[in-house]
Design a protein around this ligand. Structure first.
Ligand code: ACO
Length: 430
């Protein structure tokens, strides 16, 4: 659906002239001032550091109402998808706009299953990485390296093949990176297992003994992937759009999204959450004490997994995960100590004026780490799990961008604050 041109306009008065700026309205009533002709007509650009008020594109993929805590993929509430769908079904929905018909889904699953293996030459790539390397840069480099093995996704058919390859190979890449880091041989994928079960098998299986996947854990993992599958124009997705807008390779473009996701203020937060909970458990033991530090102006400590640029109420994904957390811990018989600390932190924070007045609530990362830990995923793999989930969203956004009739290379402007022109100082005079 194309955004409506609203009959309203916004007026900008500058330099004694009034500029009429068109207002566009999205499907859910959100409005934007269209400034695409502003510089041409008035010489002005807009300044919005961190892009908090800037719409970079029109998109029909994901809708978020951060005030009300709403998240929908292609119109479907995240709660319904979490309850009824599977990750690959959701991937199709994000990529192609509709829930797949049964035949479409069967073919898609079949094709993904057929492409899970990595080329044997490519396997050697992992051997060149230091064992101590964090799996995120290894995953980013490995995905970029796919572009050295496969042709550019430059036709509809090749794009479909690249989509299948990326979705199929990502769990294999992730587990190869992990197995290399612990000095174990990688496990080949198994075509008789579903997506999440196959990942768990490659992650925890060894050639020495049979590994059987617990269906409760496989379902929890599939759910986590669904909840991470897209989140409109966040840091990594905007990176994917920006890099992709230069018509760079899809594989290299996705690698740039992985790099952006790695940071602790974005996807890396789930790792930081568990480190924070463990630190509280070990050193301080008190949620209240930690919160005092997070609130203190002179202290850089933040309550990790809390706050969000868009959600100014409870992140709906965190609400779903809080319940899943309890189920998983019950199923694996794991320790609930970290979950208890997390719930206590949440309880205290949500009744504290500092967090309430700034509208800081748990985000998706607050509980996801507790689940990953309960199912035995090592902490440095948490963000890799997020990467697997976000993959279809990144690709869907990339496809949408390429098909946009208004497509052009991304190129923000700036307000220059450096020195004005000055004479060059020769080396001997400095
Ligand atoms: N703990 C303590 N104080 C916080 C927190 C937090 N987690 N988050 C924000 N604040 C405070 C800030 O200090 C600031 O206070 P001030 O107004 O007194 O200066 C105010 O709340 C606003 O914070 P900003 O940093 O301006 O908010 P912004 O929208 O830029 O940042 C962000 C959002 C990065 C997510 C931030 O809330 C944060 O750092 N959270 C912790 C990291 C985290 O959980 N990241 C994961 C996000 S979800 C995701 O990417 C998948």
């Amino acid at each position: 659906m194309n955004p409506e041109k609203s009959p309203e306009t916004a007026q900008l008065i500058y330099g004694g002239k009034t500029y009429e700026l068109p207002v566009v309205e999205g499907a859910e009533g959100e409005r934007a001032v269209d400034i695409s002709r502003l510089r041409k007509e008035s010489g002005l650009i807009t300044l919005d550091t961190g892009y908090g008020n800037t719409g970079a594109c029109k998109s029909a993929i994901t809708f978020i109402d951060g005030e009300k805590g709403i998240l929908r993929y292609r119109g479907y509430p995240i709660e319904d998808l979490a309850e009824h769908s599977t990750f690959l079904e959701v991937a199709w929905l994000l990529l192609y706009g509709e829930l797949p018909a049964r035949g479409e889904l069967d073919t898609f699953l079949e094709e993904i299953t057929q492409h899970t293996m990595l080329h044997e030459d490519y396997r050697r790539f992992f051997g060149f990485m230091p064992k101590s390397a964090h799996p995120m840069p290894v995953a980013a480099a490995a995905v970029a390296a796919l572009s050295t093995f496969y042709r550019e996704a430059d036709t509809e058919d090749r794009i479909y093949r690249a989509v299948v390859r990326l979705l199929a190979k990502m769990p294999t890449i992730a587990t190869y990176a992990y197995k290399h880091s612990i000095g174990q041989p990688p496990m080949y994928p198994r075509n008789d297992l579903d997506y999440a079960s196959n990942f768990l098998y490659m992650m925890f299986g060894t050639p020495c003994e049979e590994y059987s996947v617990d269906p409760v854990i496989a379902r929890a993992l599939d759910l986590l992937l669904i909840l991470h599958a897209d989140h409109e124009q966040n840091c990594s997705t905007s990176t994917v759009r920006l890099v992709g807008s230069s018509l760079s390779s899809l594989y290299a473009t996705i690698a740039s999204g992985i790099s952006a996701l790695w940071g602790p203020l974005h996807g890396g937060a789930n790792q930081k959450v568990i480190e924070m909970l463990e630190r509280i458990a070990l050193e301080e033991g008190s949620a209240d004490l930690f919160l005092e530090r997070a609130k203190s102006k002179g202290d850089t400590t933040r309550l990790m997994g809390f706050g969000h640029r868009v959600y100014k109420s409870y992140d709906p994904r965190a609400a779903i995960l809080k319940e899943t957390c309890k189920e998983v811990i019950l199923a694996v018989g794991g320790s609930s100590r970290l979950l208890e600390i997390a719930m206590r932190l949440e309880e205290v924070a949500l009744s504290d004026d500092y967090f309430v007045s700034r509208r800081l609530y748990p985000n998706v990362d607050f509980y996801s780490g507790v689940i990953y830990q309960a199912i035995g995923i090592p902490v440095n793999m948490f963000t890799v799990m997020f990467t697997m989930g976000r993959l279809p969203g990144w690709i869907a956004q990339w496809i949408e961008m390429r098909n946009d009739p208004a497509f052009r290379i991304g190129r923000p402007r700036q307000i220059y604050t450096g020195p004005q022109e000055r004479p060059y100082v020769p080396r001997e005079e400095r």
